[in-house]
Design a protein around this ligand. Structure first.
Ligand code: GLN
Length: 190
């Protein structure tokens, strides 16, 4: 179980992840520079604007060391833009990314008409009660590798996946009082 969780705090909804971790009694640290990753044993990449976060990760020299930590087993959870940054392939984009998750993502996949919505999502790994899921200009995963498990779908498309130490959701659990996704993530061996 992770003891000190870093939350990437360059842009986006990082405060809400900090609050969710604090509610669970976990030590949460904002990561803004490479040295902030010292001593953390898991990391959350929040929602926001994936092109901005990717650019700041790159310019701050955090992108490659973060990728290396993930590839050597550090648990990481990405929500929304965080999911996009974790994916190896991003449809029609060469934006900077971490790329550790063997999957292809389509950004803004729900289109303008349903730009944002909330739904109760079946996610059996969390138990029989559906999870409230907030989608904001959300991506979907359009391809997964053999090593990736799909944990939840909307309209037949993957919106929550796991690949070993990597967890990713298209939606924002940190914007709801339900902490089961964070609790599930915290069970990943650090
Ligand atoms: N559409 C945003 C992107 O492509 C993600 C939206 C979000 O994180 N809520 O980066």
């Amino acid at each position: 179980m992770a003891r000190r969780v870093g939350v990437l705090a360059l842009q986006g909804a990082f405060r809400e992840h900090m609050a969710a971790l604090t509610r669970l009694g976990v030590t949460a640290c904002e990561v803004r520079q490479l040295k902030d990753m010292d001593g953390i044993d898991a990391m959350i990449i929040p929602g926001g604007e994936s092109t901005t976060i990717g650019k700041l990760l790159n310019e701050g020299g955090i992108l490659a060391p973060l990728r290396a930590r993930i590839e050597t087993g550090m648990p990481v959870y990405g929500s929304c833009a965080g999911l996009i940054l974790l994916c190896r392939e991003i449809e029609h984009s060469d934006q900077p990314r971490i790329g550790a998750l063997n999957a292809t993502v389509r950004r803004n996949a729900f289109g303008r008409q349903v730009d944002s919505f909330e739904t109760d999502l079946d996610m059996p790994v969390l138990g029989p009660t559906p999870i409230p899921a907030v989608f904001i200009r959300a991506p979907v995963i359009t391809r997964v590798g053999d090593d990736v498990t799909i944990l939840a779908k909307v309209n037949g498309l993957a919106v929550a996946v796991r690949q070993g130490n990597i967890l990713a959701t298209s939606f924002h659990p940190e914007l709801t009082p339900d902490t089961r996704i964070h609790e599930f993530f915290l069970t990943f061996p650090a």
